[in-house]
Design a protein around this ligand. Sequence first.
Ligand SMILES: Cc1ncc(COP(=O)(O)O)c(C=O)c1O
Length: 455
Amino acid sequence: MITPLQQRLSQRAKALLNHPQGMGNYFTFKAAIDILGLSWDKLVPGGVYNITGPGYYDMGYMANHIGPPKSALDAFIAASRHENLVVYPPDCMPELKHLVADHKFGRKLGADFEVMGVEGAQGGIGYTYLSFLDQGDEVIVTDPGYFHFVPAAEICGARIVAIELNEANGYRLSPKEVEAAITPKTKMIVVCDPINPFGTVQTKEELLAIAEIARKHDLIVFNNITHNTHRTNPKAVQIPMASLHTPATPMDHVISVSGMSKGYGMPALRVGFMAGHPDLIRGAFLTKMEITKIHINYPGQYAALAAMQDKEYVKRSTETIRRNLAHLEETIASTPGVTMPISPDYGFCTMIDVSGTGVTAQEITVGLLNHKVAVIPGDGLGQVKCADYIRLNYSHPDIACFEQFRKALPKAISEAKEGRYAAAVDAFFAKAGTERGRIIRNRIAPRLKKMAEKV
Ligand SMILES: Cc1ncc(COP(=O)(O)O)c(C=O)c1O
């Protein structure tokens, strides 16, 4: 499904047009807006990535809905001055680099550790892939995993080797499975910790074992820790891999990434950080310079500096997130056919499994939007249980969001069971034309057939 004009696109761009994780090809509440005949202007005015329409609640993409601390807003406004806007700022101010190194990555800046500013954690993903991946390299990632880990690597010519997250591995990367997935072509292991979408964290032993495997095979470890600010489970401990650097366990092959969107509720700043050995960061710095230049806006940097020092904000927002999770877990426990495979340890994302309902996650997504809750089903996050999983963002500051979800979920399931959305979801995937879409269509087909027979 490439138009004649699109033949002029690069192979990279062409590969995205029909990618199952390419935006528009996977199902979200946005597809549900069209299916329900709702107004884009009212629900997502200006094309934002979360539902902001009155009366609606967003549990979809991973913005932290608590929003920024006041300290960060004040710093942002104070820094929005003529002299800060009239120059090209540095990639990161020295004080910000120091703070990020200590506070986020747990390692001192120095001859063997450097921090570079990037456009959000996503910028860190892009520059890590661009700086290390060549055609034919293999990258180990989890399935499910964050949307962009797969397509972003593939547009660099790399091949994905997926490790399924499941009950047996505790929804974490198992070093044994990582070792088994390595071939002579392996170049990188993506360690997203906490893991988007389950919110699980790796143990220290697992991290050391993965680092050791990577050292043995001359690989890069990409450690994305952007969801580590809020400890949802008071007993859990998340450890940045950079902080495990010792003479006996050198972490110079680890690239670390974080950002301001999740922990501090400021995705619009587009401020993030990429860190590692200066020899490696130099390659990424030059890559970045040639593509988007090295500068990160000053107001955003000052806001980041203030936010990361605001301990009270993190404490309060963690309390809100824990409250929300407790409410959500009660809802899931009392909804037949729905389970939460594992309780999250950190961050504010979790997965629910709706396979016991007999209908697809995509149909339930439409039903949920019909009852004013926006969510994203699993097909954008991977192949595993792509018709069964729904990812939920549980950061909303208003408990009314979770009350609404409690009311909406059984209604959405029952509407989906009536078959109200089956044909429209089927049509969405027929148009997307992806293999993954076919799996979902195959799940809907017998019910569509039965419905047609009844008519
Ligand atoms: C694991 C992970 N990495 C990166 C990002 C992008 O974050 P940012 O807004 O900082 O670019 C997200 C957002 O959901 C994420 O979940």
